[in-house]
Design a protein around this ligand. Sequence first.
Ligand code: NCD
Length: 360
Amino acid sequence: MKKVESKKIEKLKSINWEEFYKTPLNNKLKYFEKNGRLFDMLFSQQLTPEIISNLFATANKIRKIAKAKEGLDWLQTLLSHKRAMLYFVQPSTRTFVSFQSACYILGLKVSEIRSTSTSSEIKGESAEDTIRTFSSYADIIIMRHFEEGMAEKAAWMLNKIKRPISIINGGSGKDQHPTQALLDLYTLDISFAERGGINNKTIVMVGDLLRGRTVRSLSYLLKNYKGVKLIYVSPEYLRIGNEIKVFLKKHKIPFKESADLEKSLKEADAVYMTRIQDEYDINGESKDIDYTKFHLNQKHLKLLKKDAIIMHPLPRRQELDVEIDNDPRAKYWRQERNGMWIRAALIAYLFGIEDKILNI
Ligand code: NCD
């Protein structure tokens, strides 16, 4: 590493958390790398086209190898000497289970804490000390936390200790969910493989864009493609945040905002539905919003292009009619399975063993 860079990292190590947290992301990305590779996976902005294509290739290969018992047995030897801590103190079904399954595929041993009511946090221990404790037993922490910035704080803290271990952000409050964005991107890449890939596609994101972390992380990730257009469809109160718009403008990604689902659907190559995130309500304000205008029903299917795809990070409520599940354009069940493969690829990458998989 260049002298200037290591000096910058030393400086970052010396400042306190408040200052570190305030530091613009671009000035601290190197702090989450080691030997020119990602060490922690916290934000979509860390992912470059090179890393993304490496992860896609690794995921494709894992998927293929795992089809046969001999292949899966071999994969399970790769990280059988490593342990993962799944610290998920916010509700989760697929992110949790797909990470757990990804660990099993690579042979990692897994421990879990799923609520602050069953960890010593209930006795008054801080999240910081809890996380530091995991680092005494595990080789990687995969975490979901209700507090924005907690995954970053964990990485900030652990990169300063003698035995640093990687952090993967499996969802940090309303802020980010980078591995969901990765699996969304992987699904888009597979779906558009015969149509020139993700470049030049129009993606319509629908729903609670203000508080949906998956939409935010996916928006950041799309900067790695050319000619992508974004249409954000939401109720007035739940419009996409300003920092995303600033980012898109900076990266010259064209976008528009609309409240007209039907009109927007006609332009879509991919429709990305999301549920209302009412767990983040302060005063039950979601109750006053007419979300039915942002529901996708069978009647909408005829408006969609024949080769458009329908996505959803899940869980869904009424915004995505179950009747749509049988439409060939519905990709959300595949999307969730893709999550397991891409997360296995990410874990392999973070342990630096992806070449073993790619070269076999
Ligand atoms: C999403 C999440 O947790 O942000 N779920 C997921 O990880 N697949 C979306 C949501 O909860 O609405």
